[in-house]
Design a protein around this ligand. Structure first.
Ligand code: ARG
Length: 463
């Protein structure tokens, strides 16, 4: 119950808050994780207030020392969080007053929880984003290392999950690298709009104190100051942008997971997932389940859900701050935690993915994956592309009926389909010949994979 805790806003109230309403409206159970950023913002605010002469230097210093001691208490697990004090902001402020007395009551000069919380989330997300980008880069590095190692490894490439044309495993791995490169671009882009200071907007209209917002921005490492006080306290675009970028990153990891799961199955048997990333079954002794990619694929759903939560949260809110905004935190925290964990586990797992090269090779041999190469060969001999397609279709038909690949047929048999076919046809019918022929920027040839790896490493060293 609230009766024995004095609320910072208690002045105009005559009756205590209903106990259930108190718990219902409180956010401290989840927003206490913002404590370090809340304190960081408050320290900068106190410094700015002294800088403009609203606080004396001694007052500001006493506040800052108090805040630092509170941070220590929280980190030592000695801080008593109170539901009656509603949120992280009022818990810390109340404790400050308890520790340093009346001077502590001056910290909130020229500020409101509305601009305070908007500042805290930006500071928090900025730090988390740096960690997320570091994990993303670690995963990209692992992919490039594996691609380098598997530049010559041949596997079937698929469309419609049917064997299409041979590709190199290195090339396939670099497709994932490209997706993650775009994700990194999106996250970096949203970081720019995030790095803007709301503090100074106060409740909604600004403040009558002679504050220096640029000074606070400088202290906190913000690039800019939010231009409009109403927008500053109510804007959550940066959170939505981040979760949107996270949803797309998770979508990529989910597609990635789907392939790893398929490839690790007995039916494909293209890869071996490290034992430490799988689990067994309590009843079927033969099982080695790809739990990690399955969980990552599953988590994509909740991140998509978080995006819809935030979009719907903002839809229809009039300016400026509304209590609705308190609901921004859980979807945001959940997204940060799960995206970071998914990237981390993937970055750890990729280096222990083993390619079963023989199985990949045999699979590429069995699906007429060089049929296009035969058609291209005929076109080079002057056969119109439509006729070439027809000729190769007939050869494939024979292959299906006699259970053989095109490369297994004799020259005479192939010549039965077209008299333009010569001995050199076998150079294009081999898997090696097929991939080596796709030797242009963005192609699957081992040579191209090696130069793509070089470009990727260069990108990584500057990212
Ligand atoms: N706990 C609140 C939130 O998360 C802090 C801001 C409260 N502001 C207010 N006017 N009630 O949004």
């Amino acid at each position: 119950m609230s009766k024995d805790v004095e609320k910072p806003w208690g002045g105009r109230f005559t009756e205590p808050t209903d106990a259930f309403v108190e718990a219902f409206t409180a956010s401290v159970t989840f927003d206490k994780r913002l404590y370090a950023h809340d304190i960081r913002g408050s320290v900068a605010h106190a410094q700015m207030l002294a800088h403009v002469g609203v606080l004396t230097m001694a007052e500001s210093e006493s506040i800052i020392r108090g805040l630092e001691a509170i941070k220590e208490e929280i980190e030592q697990g000695q801080f008593d969080w109170s539901i009656a004090l509603e949120d992280v902001h009022m818990n810390i402020e109340a404790r400050l007053i308890e520790r340093i007395g009346d001077v502590g009551k001056k910290l909130h000069t020229g500020r409101s929880r509305n601009d305070q919380v908007a500042t805290d989330i930006r500071l928090y997300l900025r730090d988390e984003l740096a960690e997320i980008l570091a994990e993303l880069k670690r995963l990209q590095t692992a992919l490039v290392d594996l691609a380098d190692q598997e530049a010559d490894t041949i596997m079937p490439g698929f469309t419609h999950l049917q064997t299409a044309q041979p590709v190199t495993f290195g090339h396939h791995l670099l497709a994932w690298f490209e997706m993650l490169k775009r994700d990194s671009g999106r996250l970096n882009d949203c970081a720019k709009r995030m790095n803007v200071l709301p503090l100074g907007a106060a409740a909604l209209a600004g403040t009558s104190y002679p504050i220096d917002r640029k000074y606070t921005a400088m202290l906190l490492g913000f690039d800019e100051v939010a231009e409009n006080s109403l927008d500053a306290v109510s804007d959550r675009d940066f959170a939505i942008e981040f979760v949107a970028a996270a949803a797309l990153t998770m979508t990529h990891l989910s597609r990635f997971s789907e392939e790893l799961i398929l490839w690790a199955s007995a039916q494909f048997s293209f890869i071996e997932l490290g034992d430490s990333f799988c689990t067994g079954s309590s009843i079927m002794p033969q099982k080695k389940n790809p739990d990690v990619p399955e969980l990552v694929r599953g988590k994509t759903g909740r991140i998509n859900g978080n995006l819809i939560s935030l979009l719907t949260l903002m839809k229809g809110q009039p300016l400026a701050y509304n209590k609705d905004n308190q609901e921004d935190k859980e979807p945001l925290f959940d997204t940060v935690d799960n995206l970071k964990a998914s990237l981390r586990v993937y970055a750890d797992m990729i280096p222990v993915v083993g390619a079963r090269k023989n199985n990949m090779y045999e699979a590429a041999r069995s699906g007429f994956s060089t049929a296009t190469d035969l058609a291209d060969y005929l076109v080079r001999q002057g056969v119109p592309v439509r006729d070439a397609h027809e000729v190769v279709g007939k050869a494939v038909r024979l292959g299906v009926d006699s259970n053989r690949d095109l490369a297994d047929m004799s020259l005479e048999e192939l010549q039965g389909f077209s008299d333009r076919i010569e001995e050199d046809v076998f150079e294009v019918l081999t898997l090696e010949g097929s991939v080596a022929a796709r030797n242009h920027l963005g192609g699957t040839a081992p040579k191209q994979v090696r130069s793509a790896v070089k470009r990727a490493r260069k990108w990584l060293s500057s990212a």
